[in-house]
Structures are given as C-alpha cells and as structure tokens.
Design a protein around this ligand. Structure first.
Ligand SMILES: C[S@@+](CC[C@H](N)C(=O)[O-])C[C@H]1O[C@@H](n2cnc3c(N)ncnc32)[C@H](O)[C@@H]1O
Length: 232
C-alpha cells in the first residue's frame, strides 16, 4: 500500500557510511563488535532453538549469527544493501544460511509475514528514527510479537539532566572520540544530526506501545539497554 506524502522516508536518511563496502568491512573492528559479546547477549536474552527472532538494523550481522548459532530462525532487517551483503556472506561462511534471511527494509517499512515472532532485537540503530516515528515503529513491533514476546533495545540513550548537556556530551566525546576508531566529528555528528533521546522518553514510548520494561540498564549517561515484554 502506498504511504501518504507525510510518511517518514527512512531510506533517504541513512548514513552514507553504511552503504560504502569499505566502511562496512571495517565496521566491526571500529565498533569493537565481538562475536563473543553477541553470544553472551543471546544467552542473556534466553534465545533458544526454534524461536523466531527479527533483528532491525542488523549491520554486519554479528548478533544474527550468534542467534542462528543456537538454532533460532533469524530475519535480519537493514536498509543498507552493503551491510546486508556483508551479513549474508557472514551467515553463509558460518553455515547458517538456512536459518537466516536478509530483508532490505526499515523499522517502519518492514512487514512481518508468517508466525508471530518470539524476539525483536535492535542495537545501535533505533536512533535513526525521530521520536514520533520511534513510537510508530514500537507499535508495529508489538503487533509482530507473540503474547509475552520480548523486545530488546540497546542504543545511545541520554540519562543526564539537560542542565548538564555540555559537560555530559563533552565527557562522552572525550572518552570515545579520541581513539583510532571514531573521531570527535563522528560523535558530534551523532548528537547534532541523529535522534538519540532521553531514557525517560524512550521508556514512555516503549510502555505506550504495550510493553513492560523487565530490565533496564543505564550503563553510562549516554548508553542504555532495555529488555521488554509485550503485555497483551
Ligand atoms: C550503527 S549500525 C549498528 C549495527 C549493529 N546492529 C551493531 O550493533 O553493530 C546501524 C545500522 O542500522 C541501519 N539502519 C539505519 N536506519 C535504519 C532503519 N530505518 N531501519 C533499519 N535499519 C536501519 C544502518 O544501515 C546500519 O546497518
């Protein structure tokens, strides 16, 4: 169905880096993504064989691989053809193609067919949507899940007071933006041009969409993760 002319075009807004094969190949090393960490997350979430997992913003597909390794059936969604090509190759090399499918769609455009999912996971991607559209996407997530299905969100999330914005953002950028992987400009661009938001706003949006937050972890003033369960 055609969307109205006011609908958010998530394909138009993706960062150019994510469609550059060289950037994609370097992504895991820059980001510090390790398969061991993804396997640990799969264990923490309790994902098991036979379950249906939908991952949004799969990127290089490390989490998708870890979930498929335990026998889950994974739908890996991303708007970037270069990321999807990398993730698909990774799954093939790991012998996991049968349990992993790759879909070029976004948070808003993806349509779930088939049985309701057990898990929806998204890591470091939800900040690509403005808050209004996050609310729409969360509603769609709830509709895709089984009753008591789980939703896991991890991202750059702000939990400092607005009074402390300058010192908090500067402390973060000093800590993470001075190494070889990411520069000050990368993090300044994230704050200025992307849509990371306050934890209390995210929690409100999550709860309004019909989820309960089962575990919340504000790992730093600029990072958080939430494990949520669909209530209805
Ligand atoms: C920072 S990367 C995170 C990748 C991976 N989840 C991780 O934890 O390393 C963000 C990913 O989200 C994807 N993305 C951006 N906007 C999106 C959208 N509207 N829907 C789905 N994926 C999106 C990008 O193409 C990119 O692969």
């Amino acid at each position: 169905m055609t969307k109205p002319d006011w609908w958010y075009d998530e394909f138009r807004h993706f960062a150019v880096d994510f469609d550059d094969p060289q950037q994609v190949a370097a992504y895991d090393a820059r980001q510090g993504t390790k398969l061991a960490g993804e396997r640990e997350l799969v264990r923490r979430l309790g994902i098991t064989a036979g379950q249906q997992v939908v991952e949004f913003g799969t990127g290089t597909g490390a989490f998708a691989q870890a979930a498929a390794e335990v026998g889950a059936s994974v739908i890996a969604v991303d708007i970037s053809p270069a990321m999807l090509a990398y993730a698909e190759k990774r799954a093939a090399e790991a012998g996991l193609s049968e349990r992993t499918s790759f879909v070029r769609e976004g948070f808003l455009s993806y349509k779930h067919n088939g049985a309701p999912a057990d898990f929806i996971v998204t890591k470091y991607a939800f900040h690509h949507l403005p808050d209004f559209w996050k609310g729409i996407a969360l509603n769609q997530f709830a509709a895709m899940l089984k009753p008591n299905g789980k939703f896991y969100l991890e991202d750059v999330v702000f939990s400092f007071s607005p009074d402390a914005v300058e010192s908090s953002i500067e402390a973060w950028i000093d800590r993470v933006g001075s190494g070889q992987s990411f520069s000050r400009a990368d993090f300044a661009g994230h704050v200025r041009d992307e849509y990371s938001t306050y934890g209390w706003i995210l929690e409100g949006l999550i709860e309004r969409a019909g989820f309960g937050v089962v575990e919340r972890d504000y790992t730093a003033p600029t990072y958080a993760n939430y494990l949520c369960m669909k209530k209805r």
